[in-house]
Each structure stands twice: as C-alpha cells, then as structure tokens.
Design a protein around this ligand. Structure first.
Ligand SMILES: Nc1nc2c(ncn2[C@@H]2O[C@H](COP(=O)(O)OP(=O)(O)OP(=O)(O)O)[C@@H](O)[C@H]2O)c(=O)[nH]1
Ligand SMILES: [Mg+2]
Length: 365
C-alpha cells in the first residue's frame, strides 16, 4: 500500500511503509474514513493546517493514504491518517489489520447533504472490520456539511443516522460497538468542537485536568475556562460546566487575534523571538461586561478564561491561582515524561509490535 506523509507546513515528507521499523513505534492514530467527497481532507486541512474553508473547494480527491504527523507542532501527540474515499477492504495489499491495531479513534465522515444510504453501509463494514481487529477503538461519526441544513433538518438527520447505524449493528449482533455522533461543518466552530471531544477521549489525564480546572475557576470567580492546544484550537480540557458554543467560539477567536497580533508586533527585529512564549498574555474586554483572559501554560497550551468584569478586579488572586494551576500542569507532564522514558527503556528490551499501549495519546509539555 502506497502512502505519503505531510509535516505541519503541508510539505510532503518521505514515504514510509508499514513494514518500516518506525511503524512499530507509531503514535496513536486517528483515522479519517468515509465515502469520496464527504469532506475528510477538508476537515484535516481546516483543523490542523489553518486552511480557510473556502479554499477546500479546490482540494483534489485523495488517492492514497496521507499520514499527517501532528506531534511536532502541537501539544497532542498523534497522527492523522486521511484515507481515499473508496477503500477496498478486500484488496490484499491493504493491510487493515496493521492499520486498525494502532488506532485510537476512527472518525467516519458522512456527507449530510447527500443521500447517505451508501455511506451507512460503508460505515457498518468499516466499523465491524475495525472492531474485529481492535476492540479499544473509539468510533466517532461526523454527520458533516450540516451548514446546508436547517436546525430541524439537522436534528432529524442525526436521529435518522443514529437509528439506522445502530439498527445495522444490532442486526449483525454487534450491539457492543458504541458509536458517537457529532453534527459538523468546516464553516463554523463545530468541527473544532467535535475534534476536541475526539482527542479528549484519548487523553488519559483528562479527569485530572478537569478537576484542576474546576478548582481553579471556583477559587477565582471565573465562569468558564478552556485549556487549549493553541496551534489547532482544539480544547483538550474544560471545567465541568457544560460548554456553550458561543463562549467556545469567542475563546477560539481570541486565540486567532492574539496570534495574529503577535505575528505582526510580537517578533523582534529580523524575525527573532517567538510569537508564543512564557510572557504571552492577553486581556480582551467585551462591551457586555465580559472579560476574556488568556495566559500561556506550556509551549503548546494556553488557558482561556471567560469571566465578569467585577471578578477581574481580583486579578491578583486569579494570577496567584493560575500560578498554582500552571505548576500542577507541569507536574502532571513531568510524571508523564518519566513514565514514557521508562516505557521506552522497557520497550527497547522488548521491541513490542503493538505501538503505544491502548491507543492513548502522548502529550508534549
Ligand atoms: N458545505 C460544505 N462543504 C464541505 C464541508 N467540508 C468539505 N466540504 C466540501 O466537500 C468537497 C470534498 O471535500 P474533500 O475534503 O476533498 O473530501 P474527501 O472526503 O477528502 O474526498 P476524497 O479525498 O475524494 O475521499 C470540497 O468541495 C469541500 O469544499 C462542509 O463542512 N460544508
Ligand atoms: Mg480527501
């Protein structure tokens, strides 16, 4: 099976084959599968390569598996594999066992603006094949391109897809397989939100991060806080208050504003320095007495808080609590790094063929 690979700037980097030594040590994979033109490559380009949604109109159809390494540019350490629309599971050169074995999440994209009968059949085939090989995979169904649908139509489509996909599984005696459904579009923030949830499920430290955020906001008078991977705008954790889409969108927009301004004014003469570092901090006051407060947590992570103006008067307290929060986050990653080091030493002796245990994500501090 032939496939290519991209780094974050989209350059094609040398082709590697499944039999390469590197492949026995792969980062957990997130697979993007679905019928042709369902929007897989667009999702990957918009979320991870800052492509504007309109530009995706010019994307060519994918004709081989494209592997995108997110590890060097982002907090979360994984690879995204973008598949061509028509994968033939019966093609002997397609080693699906090898592919599914190291997979953490399989995202199946369904074009909601098209007739989805064929897509559902393909979803069933894909999921049942993958489950046979690896029972730990999270199956995520993106009901995609919903920008073209009315609100009622969206809900109706989700209900219909949910019903039919689960009926097909029940008919095949595969009720054990759990599918999660998301309504997505590259034309709004829904795709970032859905991807955030997919990634969060692969982060073993999520409950700890959520706890820390809960403690932080309740002691600081903050209404909502998101821990963002600032490069992709995926939020890797938030407190346990339900996410309101509008708040999330404001926080995403703030990251864009901070990065854009930093790129223009933040670099030293001759382009020296970094656009995002320990000193990165931003405050935006909205005209409805709301304040957005962003601070750097690690090289790839930022905390974005949403609070009332009166709470922001106690900025000293917030900053002190933030300092404790930041320290705790760094401690979590120190433990993680030590564990990874031990795991690597152990694996050096064993040369396990299974990749990262149970498909969870490695994190970079
Ligand atoms: N309206 C709308 N169009 C979308 C959305 N996402 C992708 N598209 C369009 O769908 C078309 C196909 O997108 P691709 O990303 O190339 O689809 P693909 O699944 O990678 O297709 P193959 O590589 O052929 O399997 C493009 O014209 C995109 O602009 C969306 O959220 N809404
Ligand atoms: Mg494609």
């Amino acid at each position: 099976m032939e496939y290519c690979s991209h780094n974050i700037s989209g350059d094609v980097i040398p082709v590697m084959h499944f039999s390469d030594d590197y492949c026995t040590d792969v980062k957990p994979r997130i697979l993007l599968m679905g019928l042709r033109r369902s929007g897989k490559s667009s999702i990957q380009k918009v979320v991870f390569h800052k492509m504007s949604p309109n530009e995706t109109l010019f994307l060519e159809s994918t004709n081989k598996i494209c592997r995108d390494d997110i590890a060097n540019s982002s907090f979360v350490n994984f690879q995204i594999w973008d598949f061509p629309g028509q994968i033939d599971f019966f093609d002997p050169t397609f080693d699906y066992e090898m592919i599914f074995r190291g997979t953490g999440a399989l995202i199946f994209v369904i074009d909601a603006q098209d007739d989805y009968v064929e897509a559902l059949a393909r979803l069933h085939l894909t999921v049942s094949r993958a489950f046979k090989v690896n029972k730990e995979i999270n199956f995520e169904v993106f009901i995609h391109k919903v920008d073209g649908l009315s609100d009622d139509h969206k809900i109706e489509t989700q209900r219909d897809v949910y019903q039919r996909a689960n009926d097909d599984l029940a008919d095949a005696g595969l009720e054990k397989i759990h599918l999660s459904f998301y309504l997505t579009s590259i034309y709004d923030h829904s795709i970032f939100e859905a991807f955030s949830k997919v990634v969060q499920k692969l982060i073993p430290q999520l409950p700890t991060l959520e706890n820390l955020l809960n403690i932080f906001i309740s002691n600081s008078g903050i209404e909502k806080a998101f821990l963002f991977d600032v490069v992709s705008k995926i939020y890797i954790a938030t407190d346990s208050i339900p996410v309101d889409m509008q708040t999330y969108e404001l926080c995403c927009d703030m990251i864009d504003v901070v990065f854009d301004i930093s790129c223009i004014y933040g670099l030293r003469e001759f382009g020296g320095g970094s656009t995002y570092d320990k000193e990165s901090v931003a405050i935006i006051k909205l005209n409805n007495t709301t304040v957005l407060y962003l601070k750097e947590v690690t090289k790839f992570l930022g905390l974005v808080c949403f609070l009332r103006e009166e709470s922001f008067e106690r900025k000293g307290l917030i900053d002190y609590n933030f300092h404790c929060f930041r320290k705790a986050i760094h401690e979590i990653f120190e433990v993680r790094t030590t564990m990874l080091r031990c795991h690597k030493q152990h694996r050096g002796l064993q040369r396990s063929k299974l990749g990262t245990p149970n498909g969870t994500l490695g994190l970079q501090s």
